[in-house]
Design a protein around this ligand. Structure first.
Ligand code: FES
Ligand SMILES: [Fe+2]
Length: 391
């Protein structure tokens, strides 16, 4: 079949799942139409609102009075740093006539004022004023109870610097949800981790293609030769549905004669507990929209937000330990790391765009995708999470 229809989705789902779950070397990936506009509409009302989805990092709203509008697959959300320093999440929708309340990132706000009819909310989302609602100089009207017309809150979770939301309220408690991922990285001491840099990018491809490109190391020597990944070729995938897909590379035998530590590490190593095992390099999808790259010397937190079915916005944040994140002594080393990523990440654009280009016809052509039995267990694990999240 070459395009989606609701009936077809239901009848074929079992078949698609069976092909996906076969032994990895024999398994087949999700069909092309899963990466198109019709399937995106299903994800918009199932996968995204049900998930604990990473939508930003705290460093994007560092100070009280900062507000950041974000869009999670068409759900307009508003993140606010409150006066007490905590973060709150709301539907970014005015309770009067549903204007998107905040259109641009702002700072130094004392309150949130809707530009249309000037309803005003405090940073906790409480409605403060609805001027002239009952006529000239009459800020009250029968049936308009301020206590009932505050901004609608959205469930929020924090881990590392990530800001997660669960829109429909149905996900398990956040601490419980994130525990397996926190356990995976429990050797690290992130107490003094600080934000060093941020940049944004976008890809012309469905959010799942972008994610899949980041959770396999198969392509590294071919797609990103400057990473020297050919010098140490190993990869272990761990999949804990519906929380994460993690790839780890054991860096123990990275050859010293390159005069570079693994992945061109330049900053002091991130601290780990004394009894930590061999140092691993991690590439993680925090399902569905977060990513972590954990190198010897820096941590990268990414937010991958779909911008429609065929485009993905990526917001990348680099963190280092203590002074390494901010001191001028490390400015050159930090810039080296930033430059490396600014060069590497766009190298995936052509692959992502090239996969997107085939989604509309590959099913009709009878072409199924395959997985390397060594390298691509993480990609298959991610695709299973997608399937579980929409059914
Ligand atoms: S829509 Fe916000 S005040 Fe009217
Ligand atoms: Fe890549």
């Amino acid at each position: 079949m070459n395009h989606y229809s609701p009936g077809a989705f239901e009848t074929e789902e079992a078949e698609i799942r069976a092909a996906l779950e076969r032994p990895l070397g024999d398994a087949e990936g999700l069909p092309g139409y899963y990466y198109g506009a019709d399937f995106y509409r299903i994800e918009q009302r199932t996968l995204f609102p049900r998930a604990w989805a990473a939508v930003a990092v705290g460093a994007q709203i560092p100070n009280p009075g900062d507000a950041l509008p974000v869009d999670l697959a068409g759900w307009p959300l508003l993140l606010v740093r409150k006066n007490d320093g905590e973060i709150a999440a709301f539907h970014n929708i005015c309770r009067h006539r549903a204007l998107r309340l905040v259109a641009q990132p702002c700072s130094n706000l004392k309150s949130l004022r809707c530009p249309w009819h000037s309803w005003r909310y405090d940073l906790d989302g409480n409605l403060l004023a609805m001027p002239e609602i009952g006529g000239a100089r009459t800020g009250e009207a029968p049936g308009f109870d301020k206590a009932e017309l505050g901004l609608k809150p959205v469930r929020l979770g924090r881990w590392l610097d990530f800001i997660f939301v669960n829109i429909d309220g149905s996900a398990p408690p956040f601490e419980e949800h994130i525990a397996p991922l926190a356990a995976l990285l429990s050797d690290y001491d992130f107490v003094d981790i600080r934000h060093a840099a941020a940049f944004e990018d976008s890809y012309n491809g469905n959010w799942k293609i972008v994610t899949e490109s980041g959770i396999e190391d198969y392509h590294l020597p071919f797609g990103h030769p400057q990473l020297n990944a050919h010098l140490i070729r190993n990869s272990t995938a761990r999949v804990v549905a519906p929380v994460y897909t993690a790839l780890s590379t054991d860096l123990t035998d990275f050859p010293a004669e390159t005069e570079q530590r693994a992945w061109n590490a330049r900053l002091p190593d991130l601290p780990r507990s004394d009894d930590a095992g061999p140092r691993l390099l991690y590439a993680i999808n925090v399902f569905p929209t977060g990513s972590i790259l954990l190198a010897a010397d820096h941590l990268m937190l990414g937010i991958h937000l779909p911008d429609g079915p065929e485009r993905t916005k990526v917001q990348i944040n680099i963190y280092a330990n203590g002074d390494a994140a901010t001191s001028p002594d490390y400015a050159e080393a930090r810039q080296g790391t930033i430059d490396m990523w600014a060069e590497v990440l766009p190298q995936d654009a052509a692959f992502i765009e090239g996969v997107q280009a085939t989604i509309g016809v590959r099913d009709a052509a009878g072409i199924k995708t395959r997985f390397s039995p060594y390298w691509e267990g993480g990609v298959r694990g991610f695709q299973k999470m997608v399937l579980d999240a929409v059914t």
